[in-house]
Each structure stands twice: as C-alpha cells, then as structure tokens.
Design a protein around this ligand. Structure first.
Ligand code: HAM
Length: 428
C-alpha cells in the first residue's frame, strides 16, 4: 500500500457533515453586507509579493514571518494573500473604480494564508469575511463599517462579543508619537527581541504588536497614540464615538489596540470573543487606512473596512451550541432491484432533479436491503422501491420516512404523481 498523504499543517478540511455551518455563516455575511449596500468583489488568491510588502508593511509580522511566498516558473515573486484589503485596494485602483460614484463599497469572502503556529483558533489557511468602503473620510463611514460587523455578529447570535476601538492618528500626529515611542523603547533596548531592535529603527509602532512576552510587557507601558492625536484626529474619534452611541453600539476605548498591519490611520477596532472556550480570541478587526491607495500608486482616497475571521466565528458559535440549520438532504431515495428498474429509477431521478428535487438512485448495484439501509442514513423524507413487479404493474409505493405512512403512485407518471402526493399529503 502507498503511504497516505495528509493535509498541510494548519489547513483544515470541511467535510459534508459540517460544511453547511460554514455556508450558513457565509450566506449570512452576504445577506448582511448587501443590506448595507456592499457588493461582492473576488480577487485572486495570489498577488505580486510587492503588493503586501508595500501595502501591509515590510516591518509587520505578517510580511516578515508569515507569508507564503514563492517564485513562479518565470521567476516572479508571488504570495498567497495573507489578508484581503491589499488585493481589494489593488483591484479598486487597477479597474478605475475611483471613477465610479463614491463611496465604493465592497465585500469579500476569501481564504487567506499565514505561516503562523497553528493553535486553537489559529490556522495557516483561514477564511475572512471582509468589507471595504473606499472614498469617505467621514467618521460616519467608520461607524457604518463597525455597525455592519455588529449586525453580522448579531445575525449569528454572537451577541456577547466585546467591541474595542482606538485611534492611531494620522501622518500629522504620527511624527511626534513615533519620536516619543522611539525614546521610550531606546531606554529598554537591552530587553527587546532582535526583530524589535530592527523595528526600533524602522517602525517603533510595530514593537507594540510583538508577541514575545518581554516585548509585550514593555509595550504595555509605552505611550499610546491616543495621547498624541492632533485636533482633526481627536474630532474624528469623537465623532465616531457619537455615531456609535447614536446607533446604540456598545464599545470600550482601548488605547492599546495597534493591529498587526501598517496601513491603519485613525480608527482601529476589534471584536473580541467572550464565550468560554474562545475567550479573548479576536474574531475580527479593522479600521481606517487613508494612505493605502496612495501607497499603491493611486490618488489620495480615504478608506476603511474590516476582516472577520470566519473560522473563529464558527468556533465561537459551536461553543454556545448555536442551532445551525440542518445539513442539506435529498428529498427522495429511489431503491431499485435489477438492471431494468435501476435504469428506470435513474431516469425518474433525472426528471425530478430538473423539477428542483434532490434525488438519489442506486449506483452500487446493491441489494434492496442494503439500499434501504443507505436510504435511512441519508435522512431523505421519502423513498420508493422500484422492482420488476412495480414496472409491470405500473404501481409503486412511496414511503414517508418520518412517520412510515405510504402512498401508491404510478411508475409511468412518477414525477407528476410524486409532486401531487407530497403536496396533497395522500399518505396513510
Ligand atoms: P487582521 O486582524 O489581520 O486584519 O485579520 C482579520 C481577522 O482574521 C482576525 O481578527 C482574525 O479573526 C482572523 N485571522 C487572522 N489570522 C488568523 C489565523 N491565522 N487563523 C484564523 N483566523 C485568523 C486584516 O486582515 C485586515 N485586512 C482587516 C481589514 C480590512 N482592515 C481594513 N479592512
């Protein structure tokens, strides 16, 4: 026997018995996003590496440590997307969507790839539900983005998530803040990890996001961006708070949120799980990124958005036993006995599927008993056994699997009779 090949570490399979849960979350995402006037955009799973080094920032953990990067056969450096914003911003620019009426509001459901240490709630392939609102600098846009996230979680019954917000300021206030941060970390140089020593030179804000315990503890006492906001950023943050209060969205201000990506300006926020097994897990986050479009070669176009971790949301929902809709089933299993009736069953099945019904007919040439056992396991509400006798007499028994009731219909007019039987409920 050949050696079996397993899935890649940190990547997971969703089997037919559970995929409906993922689909339920995704369909809810589509419904809620569209109800806010956000429409879908799909971008490739891979992009030029430079999009992320420039967009996400080459001092971030995501770019420095976590990207799946490889050269293609022509020697181009390609990266599997670690997040959705850079690709959406590239597509927005490349297709001139800035010429369309602004704001342009898009959403995506995208698999993302990060070479992180797999653990509870952290995978190397994971899914994001993301939205981006291009073209508004108003705090109303930030509030709308946050409201959409809150509405989505609400629709999924995740009502206990904690929303934390912060402001990181803009290019005007950032200068003073960075200088103060550099001074602070300079005094702790001997304790910082080697990556953070490099960050101290290039981008001290990234030290605030380091996962090493010593850097974490030093960072927790560092000055915060909130203390350095310029008048405009302060006003923007105040307005965001007013907008959130106005639509009854509860939040707390956490001046320590920095987020792991470089493009953020002003608003940043995170939704944090409070449920037992997933407590503290960041189920989603986002913010404003007014400089990204310029960084990628466009004009100054302010924007904001979020990325919510679908896999983590699923974990949190399972944690409180969310009543997901049942997994899909077929409506009817046609059991057959012998080649002639098997062909007839296959033909009837084709006709019923065209009418929109889910039907299974035998493809294993098994005994009637084995087919019945299988039919039972599918959970299909109806079965019918078509054998030589049924073909000859043109009569077949349709069985209601829920209550065992039976109803006789014809083989020749099966499609019509089946519909009549289940609609008129002629079962006894
Ligand atoms: P992010 O915080 O890096 O932001 O990722 C968004 C969400 O993706 C996280 O809050 C988390 O729920 C989920 N996530 C991240 N890494 C993993 C992982 N390894 N396994 C499972 N889930 C994970 C962004 O990606 C930004 N693009 C969000 C954004 C959009 N900001 C503005 N627009």
């Amino acid at each position: 026997m050949q050696k079996q090949i397993g899935a890649i570490k940190g990547a997971r399979d969703f089997l037919p018995g559970e995929i409906h849960k993922l689909r339920y979350i995704e369909q809810t995402a589509v419904r809620v996003a569209e109800s806010f006037g956000y429409f879908e955009m799909r971008t490739p799973v891979f992009e030029h590496t430079e999009l992320f080094t420039r967009g996400v920032g080459d001092t971030t953990d995501v770019v420095q440590k976590e990207m799946y990067t490889f050269d293609d056969k022509a020697g181009r450096s390609i990266t599997l997307r670690p997040e959705g914003t850079a690709g959406a911003a590239r597509a927005f620019l490349e297709h001139g969507l800035f010429n369309e009426p602004l704001p342009q509001k898009i959403f995506y459901l995208a698999s993302c790839y990060r070479y992180e240490k797999p653990q509870a709630g952290r995978w190397r392939e994971f899914r994001q539900f993301g939205i981006e609102c291009f073209g508004s600098s108003s705090a109303f846009a930030d509030a709308e983005v946050i409201s959409l996230g809150a509405a989505f979680y609400d629709a999924l019954g995740l009502t206990d998530l904690k929303l934390e917000i912060n402001s990181l300021g803009c290019s005007v206030c950032r200068g003073d803040y960075l200088a103060t941060l550099r001074e602070y970390f300079n005094l702790k140089q001997d304790k910082l990890c080697p990556t953070c020593l490099d960050r101290l030179e290039r981008n001290p804000m990234r030290i605030l996001d380091c996962k090493s315990p010593i850097c974490l503890s030093i960072a927790s006492k560092a000055p915060t961006a909130l203390e350095f906001l310029c008048a405009d950023c302060k006003a923007h943050f105040e307005k965001l708070r007013e907008c959130l209060d106005g639509v009854n969205i509860k939040y707390v201000v956490n001046p320590h949120i920095v987020r792991g990506l470089d493009y953020y300006t002003r608003t940043v926020f995170e939704f944090i799980s409070q449920s037992e097994k997933t407590k503290g897990l960041v189920c989603g986050g986002g913010g404003r990124y007014d400089g990204l479009i310029e960084e990628l070669g466009g004009e100054h176009i302010p924007a904001c958005g979020f990325g919510l971790g679908v896999d983590r949301i699923l974990l949190a929902m399972e944690d409180f036993d969310f009543a997901f809709p049942e997994r899909p089933k077929v409506d009817l299993v046609l059991v057959s006995a012998g080649k002639k009736s098997q062909l007839k069953a296959a033909l009837i099945a084709m006709k019923l599927r065209r009418e929109g019904y889910g039907v299974i007919s035998d493809v294993l040439e098994r005994s009637v008993k084995a087919q019945m056992k299988y039919a039972d396991k599918t959970g299909a509400p109806y079965t019918a056994v078509i054998g030589d006798d049924e073909l000859e007499s043109d009569r077949v028994i349709l069985k209601n699997m829920k209550n065992g009731a039976k109803c006789e219909i014809t083989v020749s007019e099966f499609t019509q009779d089946f519909l009549t039987a289940i609609l008129s409920d002629c079962f006894k």
